[in-house]
Design a binder for this molecule. Structure first.
Ligand SMILES: [Cu+2]
Length: 140
């Protein structure tokens, strides 16, 4: 009987440690998952773009439905004719990075670091700007 209770308490300790680990790890992971997608994991504001792409912006959207990127590539997407308008872009995948700034002409430039393979969505969060949506195809 003593032996059995020893075994049970041994396994309970293991089970307890495992549960404690799951709670702690889940807490850490959970906090990371709660980060808003636009929050940058890597600061890309000082990075030099590998490529510059120009999209022509108009009232309800722009002429860029798809953009292919290499994993690890940094692209500056210039929104031509965007001077004087406000936009607030985000990426759906929090593992890719986005930095929005204005160039010398007051046009919005979206610097994108494509870190993770797959399809990501670049969207403007301002109501009525749903047309400003690009599928990023990140692959070699
Ligand atoms: Cu917008």
């Amino acid at each position: 009987m003593k032996k059995i209770s020893k075994i049970i308490s041994h396994y309970n300790t293991k089970a307890f440690s495992f549960v404690a680990f799951v709670i702690v790890a889940g807490g850490i992971l959970g906090n990371h998952l709660h980060l808003a997608p636009q929050e940058e994991i890597i600061d890309i504001s000082d990075m030099q773009p590998d490529r510059v792409v120009v999209a022509n912006i108009f009232t309800v959207g722009y002429d860029l439905n798809e953009l292919a990127l290499q994993p690890g590539e940094v692209v500056d997407l210039v929104l031509a004719n965007s001077a004087g308008t406000n936009h607030s872009f985000i990426l759906s995948n929090p593992f890719n990075s986005l930095y929005q700034y204005k160039n010398n002409f007051g046009e919005i430039v979206l610097r994108i670091l494509a870190s993770e393979d797959g399809i990501d969505n670049l969207i403007c969060t301002i109501p009525g700007h749903e047309g400003l949506h690009t599928n990023l195809i990140i692959a070699n």
